[in-house]
Design a protein around this ligand. Structure first.
Ligand code: GMT
Length: 375
């Protein structure tokens, strides 16, 4: 099949999922065409079945806001025609599902029927998409997609509630490639001294990630045991989060790695992963930690309980309950038997989300949808 993938090319989870899906589809013999405004960070352009088509936004000074959706729709039309694509799979509804609808209409005018699959990822539904200024357009473009998937049951329910829609939504959870973690070396722990625990956190440092809670949890842990906190990712709350570390007097034990491509390596050196978000449709970072055999201390919001299982693969607390998260962290770190048990369970749970189990679900869906539009 010839598949067009539209996503954000940045470090965000939806772009990572889209890119890894594209690689897996390419490996299975499909021709995969990425249509984005810059090369996705994890894209291996040397892969023989992978192609990249850049969306060029012509900047005109009259516009305060450049019309990205128009350029995206036009690039989708161009790529569908020139590469004879069978399907467009757009990740994150805003504005991708809307631009795909327009592309589909333009192509229809030219006698070409293209199928559009939209995958909902999170804040496109739970935060941004439900803003009154976007809601009608997001609801319309979801309802006019040929098929819609959500990355968790929780996100599916939020979509139905926020958009009051009867559109069928298939849950296809996010995935990891477990083989990437199996081969990683766990012995070297360059990030900390031998007698220190390694606690990690990855996010886009947005307010909903509650990175101040990350700091407070770590400060609580640090009071009782020797540890280092490793932070990965970047975003608007970065500076104030690092300043908060200073205020808490834990600055020397916090290492900020920024946008690193060493995520798996760092996770494999970790003892505990923190994800105290106030909203999370899935929590891909938690799943990545679990694949690295790391127990997760998280909140119980959104789709996180579908990934991290309370008292089995880690612990879940109410949003903002920093004290409980500190207590649970210390329970794990000071009890080697419990830590070992949780990390084995985390790994076993992560295996259920292995790419091998999830990608065929997308392939099945593509076959169904293309079959419908081609008849
Ligand atoms: O929704 C966002 O904030 C961004 C989005 C992204 O592109 O990173 O994250 C969402 O999608 C991820 C991949 O499906 C999920 O693992 C994240 O839980 C989800 N983020 C939120 O729901 C906040």
């Amino acid at each position: 099949m010839k598949i067009g993938i539209v996503c954000y090319p940045t470090f965000g989870g939806s772009g990572i999922v889209a890119t890894e899906l594209g690689h897996a589809l390419a490996k299975n013999g499909h021709e995969v065409h990425f249509i984005t405004y810059s090369q996705p960070v994890r894209l291996d352009i040397m892969d023989k079945n992978i192609y990249y088509h850049e969306v060029n936004v012509h900047v005109y000074p009259l516009f305060d806001y450049q019309p990205y959706e128009l350029a995206l729709s036009s690039q989708m039309v161009e790529t569908v025609i020139s590469r004879k694509l069978d399907i467009l799979h757009v990740h994150y509804a805003i504005p991708h599902a809307y631009a795909a609808f327009m592309a589909r209409q333009i192509l229809k005018d030219k006698g070409i029927n293209i199928s559009v699959v939209t995958t909902l990822h999170g804040t496109d539904i739970t935060l941004v998409g439900k803003q009154p200024s976007y809601l009608p357009a997001v609801k319309f473009s979801i309802e006019h997609s040929c098929a819609v998937t959500a990355v968790s049951q929780s996100l599916k329910e939020d979509t139905i509630a926020n958009f009051n829609t009867e559109k069928e939504i298939q849950v296809i959870p996010n995935f990891i490639d477990i083989s990437l973690y199996e081969s990683k070396d766990r012995s070297s722990r360059q990030l900390a001294e031998e007698d220190e625990f390694v606690i990690s956190h990855i996010s886009n440092f947005r307010p909903l990630k509650r990175t101040h809670d990350v700091m407070q949890i770590f400060a609580g842990i640090r009071k009782e045991v020797k540890a280092k906190l490793i932070l990965m990712g970047d975003g608007p709350d970065r500076d104030q989060t690092l300043k908060f570390a200073k205020d808490l007097g834990i600055e020397q034990d916090v290492k900020y790695l920024g946008k690193t491509n060493e995520v798996e390596r760092v996770l494999c050196m970790s003892d505990l992963f923190l994800l105290p978000s106030s909203s999370e449709s899935f929590g891909l970072a938690a799943l990545e930690a679990m694949a690295a055999k790391v127990p997760v201390i998280s909140t119980n919001t959104g789709g996180i309980p579908e990934v991290n299982l309370d008292a089995i693969t880690g612990y879940l607390s109410n949003v903002g309950d920093v004290d409980e998260m500190i207590a649970n962290s210390l329970k794990i770190l000071t009890n080697p038997k419990l830590k070992e048990e949780l990390s084995a369970n985390a790994f076993a749970r992560a295996k259920e989300f292995d790419i091998q189990n999830i990608v065929p679900q997308y392939e099945e869906l593509y076959k169904r949808v293309v079959g419908k539009t081609k008849t």
